[in-house]
Design a protein around this ligand. Structure first.
Ligand code: FDA
Length: 288
């Protein structure tokens, strides 16, 4: 990252919200569910599947968590009503994890059951490190009763190799990403190349481990390594998919779709767009 990019990345917090909104519009499907439905319909027509994320990261009361649960049920209903090829992605803090583990577990089970009854998969996003263990425990526990729930592993976390092996043993589907939060070096790799190498290692463990893998990256070097592993290990098409964020590198997305790989686009929508947009902007200040 050059000096100008780094300066922008470090100053995202002081960029006025309307400016953040304007430059990050490409990452968000819109404020409303109707807008998200239209975006997913278009993605489906282009040969992509989707996973839909209802934006919103601070849950201050049980009522907030209940609202998130209710809104996600509406999302699942809309996917069904419009016959869209899409699952959902959900953050446990949105379901009340910061309030009570019991409450969160009950909310998660409710949405997983609701989605499962309608043939939908629930991917539990991974948030920052205070939530890593509890998130993986909850997903693994629930997976014993419901097959339609999966986890996310961040390649920058030093613990991830152990986590990957545990999830593979339990047969839990994993989305593998690099990781987006600012974690301390004590627990996370900070060097770009080391994170890449760890991603390669974890991906190989997952593919060899036999679980369904979501290869979530726009890093062409890693996409190439994934394609190499898929080829060398003779991984069948029903055991993996590529995943990319809405608004990022549509050219690479088309290359993978045209080559016959399943590709899922992460589609965030909602009025609470600020936190998500700030993270995307820090990741790629060039668009500013
Ligand atoms: P890298 O950041 O090196 O980017 C590779 C290239 O992609 C860049 O050179 C640039 O061309 C392009 N690019 C990347 N980000 C861009 C952006 N914002 N705008 C424009 N171009 C961009 N993280 C997490 O901690 N928990 C989670 O649950 C998830 N979930 C998730 C789902 C999906 C489907 C994806 C694709 C990613 C996530 N992430 C995530 C985010 C992930 O951890 C990571 O921060 C981003 O994917 C960026 O990392 P890359 O692997 O793409 O590499």
């Amino acid at each position: 990252m050059g000096i100008l990019d780094r300066t922008i990345a470090n100053s995202v917090a002081v960029i006025p919200r309307p400016v953040v909104r304007r430059i990050s519009r490409r990452y968000i499907a819109g404020d409303t569910l109707e807008e998200a439905v239209a975006v997913i319909r278009d993605l489906n027509a282009r040969g992509c599947v989707a996973t839909i994320d209802l934006l919103g990261e601070s849950t201050e009361s049980k009522a907030d968590a209940a609202r998130t649960l209710r809104d996600y049920k509406r999302v699942v209903e809309a996917l069904e009503e419009h016959d869209l090829r899409s699952g959902i992605s959900i953050k446990l803090t949105g379901l009340g994890l910061n309030l009570s583990e019991e409450l969160c577990r009950a909310n998660l089970e409710e949405i997983v059951e609701y989605a499962g009854a309608r043939g939908r998969f629930v991917r539990v996003d991974m948030e920052d490190s205070p939530y890593t263990s509890v998130t993986l425990d909850m997903v693994t526990g629930l997976h014993e009763r419901h097959g339609n729930v999966g986890a996310v592993i961040q390649a920058y976390m030093r613990r991830s190799l152990e986590d990957v092996n545990r999830l593979a043993e339990a047969g839990v589907s994993v989305r593998l990403c690099k990781g987006i939060y600012d974690e301390p070096r004590r627990i996370a790799y900070k060097d770009f190349d080391t994170v890449r190498e760890n991603y390669r290692l974890l991906l190989e463990e997952l593919l060899r481990g036999g679980v369904y893998v979501g290869i979530a990256t726009h890093d062409e070097f890693l996409v190439w390594h994934a394609l190499r592993l898929i080829h060398q290990l003779e991984i069948p098409k029903d055991r993996y998919e590529f995943q990319m964020l809405l608004g990022v590198d549509e050219e690479l997305r088309n290359i993978l779709v045209n080559a016959g790989h399943k590709l899922r686009v992460y589609v965030p929508f909602g009025e609470d767009w600020y936190e998500y947009s700030s993270r995307r902007l820090k990741e790629n200040p060039k668009i500013a």
